[in-house]
Design a protein around this ligand. Sequence first.
Ligand SMILES: NC(=O)c1ccc[n+]([C@@H]2O[C@H](COP(=O)([O-])OP(=O)(O)OC[C@H]3O[C@@H](n4cnc5c(N)ncnc54)[C@H](OP(=O)(O)O)[C@@H]3O)[C@@H](O)[C@H]2O)c1
Length: 362
Amino acid sequence: MDNFAFIIHPINPKRDVQRKFPFLGKVLPVSVINFLSGFFPPVYISRITGIVSEFNQKEIEGWFVACPFTPQRMLQLPPRRVYKKVIQTGRLAEKLGAQLLGLGAFTAVVGDAGLTIARHLDIPVTTGDSYTVAVAIDAAQEAARQMEIDLSGATAAVVGAGGAIGRVCAQLLGPAVSRIILMGRRIKRLNEVKYLVEQVGQPQVQVSTTMADLRRADIIIAVSSAIENIIQPQHLKPGAVVCDVARPRDVSRRVAAERNDVLVIEGGMVEVPGPVDFRFNFGFPPKMAFACMAETMILALENRYESFTLGKDISLAQVQEISRLAQKHGFKPGGFRSFERAVTPQQIEAIKLNSKGSHPFV
Ligand SMILES: NC(=O)c1ccc[n+]([C@@H]2O[C@H](COP(=O)([O-])OP(=O)(O)OC[C@H]3O[C@@H](n4cnc5c(N)ncnc54)[C@H](OP(=O)(O)O)[C@@H]3O)[C@@H](O)[C@H]2O)c1
């Protein structure tokens, strides 16, 4: 049977370690988990079955394998040590018989975004970033529509616009809005993206390294690789939509507690076709997967055992192609979730109402 493997890793150290090792996750403090994760071997997690294409009823299977490093550990260690562990995890996938390997969360962010890892493995590797972009843009636009934001008159912002995912998001969202703010840490990188966004027909582009500038945005895609929550309640305009694609998330939980007038949705959740069984709880409802996982599945369903998305330069053509293949095989947007809970139409109505009456932090 055609198949794939996907590398996951602990993002929230205590919660995620408990999912596989309940006792260790419960008793060890975060600092010890971060430290020990440097010495832990790759871990077999589960066999995934029941992914069935709606196009030709082809069925595939897969495996979750885990790289033990936390995001904090990956940023502390030299990239070559992180590569080594991810490559070991990839070899475990090869031993299982995987024909294609997907890189989850920070295993795709570190260093050159999969290029070195792919060079050291015998099977092709994909980061999943192309489909992540497609799903994030669709979700953000749909959320804006439900919040009655007129995109053609709106200000958008991309947080982490200089990154692999952020850069393409800016190019796709730029032409649909009235103006766009590109946010990150390095102005030079942001100016390069500004040029790209201008080339696709958006002359109103601002670059910024100051989070307070987010207050002007009606629609925000958050896709930085920060390990802390960089978007706080005071950064958001009443009525704003935030699509948080980053893992760990960019938006602080304080926003959920303190701002009932903004809509924060998780980017990147898709419904997988067929009676899929992941045999591992990674925090999503049944049948739902991250878009980056889905990209790996789509390529296996399509028999395309190739390194589809690698490196930091993702093209608009890659995003369009994986989006077309996803639709062909029956992958669908997974609905809105906010801080791990489904968002109901009633909640969206309440947010709209609250945003009209509220002027916090002004
Ligand atoms: N939900 C999903 O399915 C999914 C799939 C794939 C990836 N992801 C997540 O998406 C995120 C981005 O991935 P990527 O591959 O695009 O990473 P990337 O290429 O490393 O880009 C991340 C960008 O974030 C910026 N950044 C980092 N820390 C920041 C801070 N404190 N304030 C402002 N900007 C900051 C960086 O800016 P500078 O360049 O200026 O340093 C960089 O340009 C990661 O969190 C990853 O885990 C999610």
